[in-house]
Design a protein around this ligand. Structure first.
Ligand code: AMP
Ligand code: MG
Length: 539
């Protein structure tokens, strides 16, 4: 249902829906589940909901889009961003894509519960696509309902904005709205379905195109559709690359590899585990996309994954993310190959990904340690040993780096100083500090001695080093149990913690008075609680 004219407070939203005006679409407009051939999207209407209620919105993003705080607080805002009413200029559609899920080709997937409202161009000329997640069924919903529940919507809303403020490339989230509907979910697919509150998040990104958008037409031999999509993507999202041609396609692919490498390096820096790095969840802009069973490392464990659906193979565990990104890029290379037909050139770019990743990872680690730069002579071994030391006792990753920044370098008797004394600044990063064995303490203290000597070689003042480290090592992250506490409260009708976390996570690197408890280690009760350490794809 459209507004007859645009409400005054929304007049600044200028729609320019290029994705549908320039790309081939599905002639059918119903949401009957079907295979959609030779199309990049299907027109579809969001589902009407009974009682849309705004829980929270992101003021910074609203401002970037040209929406005033007054506009965001109106009843019209909740109507529009729940999908109940459309603004003139909106033209809703679901995107058509395929993907590899857990390493297997899954064929057509598509936006099963995401509906794009359209693209706006803001005052500064920047393009943003607006997308509702959980706004009802589409031709791609397969056997599911196209809806989303409150718990997963809170997780997506908070984490998108938290990642943005951490400096991690990500899709954004404008709003979190309750629909007033009940949705049935079996959280662990174990025969215990229950009714949960339905919600819709409005996601925002320059583009929601995924690797899978290229894979699907390629898998069907629709080379002309593939070419149209790639040319469109270059024109719209990578205009600096110039006119589409075989050479441009290769440069584009190299750019996607670089953006992807940079995104994963950021994930490794902040301790983020995506949880479902299927190729349909990989953005061509190198944005973190599709916040499902993601999680944050608490104790440093490269084998950890929050996703119970992946508990056996642990394909998407923290430490495997760089390799999976490479594998996914390989699939993208296969998809665009018919347009390029130059295997060695594509392989060369894929090889370069590994080098780019390694270099950025080294310089990221040097920054985390407060070094002037990465010196391969010494720092490779220093970092390798650190990543071992972090695993020999249960160590909170975020707190460890914050505490490391507090270490003083002006110790004269570095060789003779007692281990216990030396390790003091680090102790509260340990989950069981009283149980550190002598052997663990000795190995950690040895590492610390090497580290301090390395710092002395740089000769930076401690204070400066500390500031630099604290600017890349976050103090506040969306710890899994914090998100769950906010969810528990919201499910009881109290949304204050969602708003509090949204505010807190705007400044993840700064100590905030009164908020100390949010920087603390995961409490013991959260160790094995559903939602805190175990999540599934059911959302
Ligand atoms: P994901 O693992 O969340 O990226 O989802 C994989 C595929 O399942 C995508 O095509 C989604 O659109 C679809 N999907 C996930 N949940 C739902 C749902 N509740 N209703 C319809 N489609 C869904
Ligand atoms: Mg997805």
């Amino acid at each position: 249902m459209y507004f007859l004219s645009k409400p005054k407070l929304f007049e600044s939203l200028n729609f320019d829906n290029r994705f549908i005006s320039e790309l081939p679409g599905d002639p059918e407009t119903t949401n009957t589940r079907r295979q959609v051939m030779r199309s990049c999207y299907s027109p579809v209407q969001p589902k009407q909901v009974t009682r849309p209620e705004l829980i929270a919105y992101s003021p910074e993003l609203a401002e970037a889009l040209g929406l005033s705080p007054e506009a965001c607080k109106t009843a019209d805002f909740a109507q529009v961003f729940s999908g109940n009413r459309l603004l003139p200029g909106m033209s809703p559609y679901a995107m058509c894509y395929g993907g590899h899920q857990f390493g297997n080709w899954a064929g057509q997937l598509g936006d099963g519960r995401a509906i794009n409202l359209g693209e706006i161009v803001n005052e500064a000329g920047k393009r943003w696509a607006l997308q509702l997640k959980g706004a009802g069924p589409t031709p791609y919903s397969r056997t599911a309902d196209g809806l989303a529940v409150l718990r997963s919507s809170i997780r997506e809303f908070l984490c998108s904005e938290a990642m943005y403020h951490l400096g991690v490339p990500t899709t954004r989230a404008l709003s979190l709205i309750l629909t007033g509907e009940q949705v049935v979910r079996d959280m662990f697919y174990d025969g215990h379905p229950k009714q949960e509150a339905g919600a819709v998040v409005c996601r925002v990104a320059p583009s929601f195109t995924r690797f899978g958008n290229f894979q699907l037409p390629a898998s069907r031999g629709e080379v002309d559709v593939l070419r149209q999509l790639l040319d469109f993507t270059i024109r719209t999202d990578f205009p600096h690359l110039g006119k589409p041609s075989k050479e441009t396609y290769l440069i584009w692919f190299a750019e996607v590899c670089r953006l992807t490498a940079e995104m994963v390096v950021h994930w490794m820096r902040v301790g983020f585990v995506h949880g479902v790095m299927n190729t349909d969840n990989m953005s061509i802009l190198g944005l973190t996309i599709d916040y499902g069973p993601y999680g944050w490392l608490e104790d440093y464990d490269p084998d950890w994954t929050p996703n119970t659906t992946d508990a056996n193979g642990r394909r998407y565990r923290f430490g495997n993310q760089p390799a999976i990104a490479h594998w996914n890029l390989y699939q993208l290379a296969n998809a665009i190959h018919p347009l390029i037909e130059d295997v060695p050139a594509l392989e060369k770019i894929l090889g370069d990904y590994l080098k780019i990743y390694e270099q950025s990872q080294q310089s990221m680690m040097a920054q985390k340690l407060g070094l002037e730069g990465f010196d391969p002579e010494t720092d490779e071994a220093l970092i390798e040993e650190l990543l071992e030391v972090l695993q020999i006792a249960e160590t909170d990753m975020s707190l460890f780096y914050r505490n490391l920044a507090k270490v003083q370098t002006d110790i004269d008797d570095l060789n003779t100083i007692d281990n216990v004394q030396l390790l003091k600044p680090l102790m509260d990063a340990y989950y069981e500090p009283e149980r550190l064995s002598d052997a663990v303490s000795a190995r950690t203290a040895d590492w610390l001695r090497t580290y301090i000597r390395r710092l002395k070689r740089d000769g930076q003042p401690d204070k400066l080093r500390r500031e630099r480290m604290n600017a890349v090592n976050p103090l506040y992250v969306l710890r899994n149990y914090l998100a769950q506490l906010a969810i528990d409260k919201s499910e009881q009708g109290d949304h204050s913690m969602v708003k509090e976390l949204l505010d807190l996570l705007k400044h993840p690197y700064d100590e905030q008075a009164g908020k100390e408890s949010y920087a603390k280690k995961r409490p013991d009760w959260a160790r094995h609680r559903a939602g805190c350490s175990m999540l599934s794809c059911s959302s």
